[in-house]
Write a protein of this length. Structure first.
Length: 256
């Protein structure tokens, strides 16, 4: 799915608006990360997509590394960093691969944003991923996760998300996102992309992937089981309170 979306991904997200809202909270979390004597702080953005969070933080002076399972997304991230004039190391890697690539205790904080963690489709895959996250971090390291609030999605059977649109010259894009609730308890996540030039007919493409809806109780219990503590929940990356019935996001900060 994400290889197929890589060319359009930065049209799908309004990065200037999103980063303006999210960066103050993210930086607040990063400031709580440990500072080892004589060493620069290093931060990892796991499942970084097109790299825009890592790039924005690098522009603010943070030493950033980004990983993503999609080679096309990593190529997009490298191109975005080059265009922005910042140095960020981007590597193709999936969940469970970070300690193998970077070594243990290599980072002071780890970000996993954009509803990436629900791509772990079993509890064992989730546990393996969280163990990998923990292995990457120094003692006292900070973990920041942003997921959809699946407590609310499942309670209300919310299928549709707000449409996104983009215009560039005479070209136009509309992105429609919706869920199918599957009998096995997983969710099929669909993105319908409509494109046209001028007044030409619309062309359409559907890309799909599967998600495991992570609810608050399971995620916090899984984090505790691998050694994370001081687990705090928020309703978005502005730091709003988490309300299971209504919050749009489940944002978690935790300390190793």
């Amino acid at each position: 799915m994400y290889d197929a979306l890589s060319a359009d991904y930065d049209r799908f997200v309004n990065w200037s608006a999103r980063l303006a809202v999210e960066l103050p909270f993210i930086e607040g979390a990063l400031h709580k990360a440990p500072r080892l004597p004589g060493q620069p702080q290093k931060f990892l953005d796991a499942a970084c997509g097109s790299g825009m969070h890592a790039i924005a933080l690098a522009q603010r002076g943070y030493w950033m590394v980004g990983t993503d399972l999609s080679p096309a997304m990593i190529e997009r991230a490298r191109a975005n960093a080059l265009e922005a004039g910042v140095e960020v190391r981007f590597e193709t890697a999936g969940f469970g691969d970070m300690v193998k690539i970077f070594g243990g205790q290599s980072f002071d904080a780890l970000l996993c944003l954009g509803n990436s963690l629900p791509h772990t489709l079993t509890r064992s895959a989730l546990d393996e991923t969280l163990l990998d996250f923990a292995g990457c971090l120094h003692r006292g390291g900070i973990l920041l996760i942003q997921n959809r609030n699946f407590d609310a999605v499942l309670a209300h059977r919310d299928r549709w998300m707000e449409p996104q649109s983009h215009r560039q010259g005479d070209r136009e894009w509309i992105f429609l996102r919706f869920y199918d609730f599957d009998p096995d308890g997983l969710i099929t996540f669909n993105i319908l992309t409509l494109t046209r030039s001028g007044t030409d007919a619309w062309s359409q493409q559907v890309n799909v992937t599967r998600l495991r809806p992570l609810i608050y109780a399971e995620l916090t219990a899984a984090l505790s089981s691998v050694g994370f503590r001081s687990i705090q929940a928020y309703g978005n990356l502005s730091g709003a309170p988490f309300v299971p019935e209504t919050s749009g996001n489940l944002v978690i900060t935790a300390t190793l």
